[in-house]
Design a protein around this ligand. Sequence first.
Ligand code: FMN
Length: 403
Amino acid sequence: MLHSTRILLIIGGGIAAYKALDLIRRLQDRGARVRCILTAAAQKFITPLAAAALCGERAYVDLFDTESELDVGHIRLARETDLVIVAPATADLMAKMRGGQADDLATAVMLATDRPILIAPAMNPRMWAAHATQRNLAQLVADGVRVVGPNSGEMAERGEAGVGRMAEPGEIAAAAEEVLRGHGSLSGTRVLVTSGPTHEPIDPVRFIANRSSGKQGHAIAAAAAAAGAAVVLVSGPVDVADPPGVSVVKVETASQMLEAVKRALPADAAIFAAAVADWRVEHASANKIKKQQGRAQRLELVENPDILATIAGRKNGRPRLVIGFAAETENVIANAKAKLVKKGCDWILANDVSSQTGIMGGDNNAIHLVTASGVESWPPQSKDAVARTLIGRLAAALAKAKP
Ligand SMILES: Cc1cc2nc3c(=O)[nH]c(=O)nc-3n(C[C@H](O)[C@H](O)[C@H](O)COP(=O)(O)O)c2cc1C
């Protein structure tokens, strides 16, 4: 709940501005008092009157408006709030925030505030993927700005789809609660995440791999960075973009992943989401193996190092929280419980990766969190939402177990 919290909502000039009106209501429903600033471009999409009617006080639009400068003023707007939300955060506003510009009321207030800022980006998928936007995002995350969304889906423009849809008002309100609770705050902590599959060579052109996409591990790294942690992501070969504000180490094999993980320690928490190959070919051929007519090819496999068990079993320099994933196709919870004990880790996130679930490679996940104190089954949700939930839990656990 947001009882008696003051929220300053900055509405940028994007199609999603109309959803900001619904967001005002959602925040008020949770008990917040909401003030609004509309950029000049936002006023092309919605009117200050509509925002004011919902807020129950005037909406602010102009840095050089004598009346509002004498009345509240941009410095008071920046101070008399507990949280600033920017929704929709346009590509333009993100660029200005990154550069510290202050040439209108919205940007001047954001520069003048010492309160947390939560942005809900919304734009065309190509604008979102543009190097400039991703550079700006990475810097904003490094500066401590919190981010919710964007989601993937249909855009307002006909025929356009992809990542760039503003998070729904309910999701933004929930993220605001999280920021204000201080949950999810991982400032000052180091988090190590592994992600993706490993590729174990057979010869120079062939390898053994699995269907892991890296979506879940990368989402976890992004959520940890958004919560203020210094994050090292050790990733196998994936097609997913590097998450913003994260230091990424790219590896191919399980042995390389273990070495990279050891180099990345110490860490306060380690989350092993990578689907590490259990076996590798004992003697990978230096040259391409030729087909020999009528003769079957046999591969001798040997076990790979167990990265989760190795790090969880460390006497010195063990992260305070070691979290593993169990990708199972049957007896999911029983196998996860056994894995928790066998590997000596603190939590296991178990999921059913049988092909009919669509989890491996898909965008959604259904998690059972297995700990020494029991099993908690989370409702099916997006991999981003799983990541945010996990990071919230992680922050709470680390705060409890401060050394
Ligand atoms: C119809 C229309 C829709 C737009 N939608 C978006 C959008 O969703 N996201 C975005 O970043 N910019 C969008 N723009 C561009 C911004 O309005 C433009 O960059 C503007 O300068 C942003 O100003 P502001 O950041 O001060 O609000 C749109 C422009 C038009 C004409």
